[in-house]
Design a protein around this ligand. Structure first.
Ligand SMILES: [Zn+2]
Ligand SMILES: [Zn+2]
Length: 93
């Protein structure tokens, strides 16, 4: 019986805290978005329906760290910020 292979396994992303579909990400504990930003893996081509990607289930969350990388993807001068404690969620858009 191969039925279990069809099951949609949900996991939590270590970086942004969003849930994601395990099979949609190359990485064990990162959603496709974060694994793309942090490690350059192929990202999901998100299709958002009601604020959640229907393909990988990512909810659009991003950690402060990945948000920063996305903002300035090539020049990161202050690497000390990595040591800052991870806030639950900041208010910046
Ligand atoms: Zn993530
Ligand atoms: Zn997606």
């Amino acid at each position: 019986m191969m039925e279990n292979d069809e099951k949609r396994e949900i996991a939590y992303c270590d970086e942004c805290g969003s849930i994601y579909l395990k099979s949609s990400s190359k990485m064990e504990r990162l959603c496709p978005e974060c694994s793309h930003i942090l490690y350059g893996y192929e990202n999901c081509k998100h299709v958002f329906i009601n604020g959640r990607c229907s393909k990988c289930l990512w909810d659009g969350s991003s950690s402060i760290y990945t948000r920063k990388i996305r903002r300035c993807s090539y020049s990161v001068n202050n690497t000390n910020d990595e040591n800052a404690p991870v806030e639950a969620d900041d208010q910046k858009e």
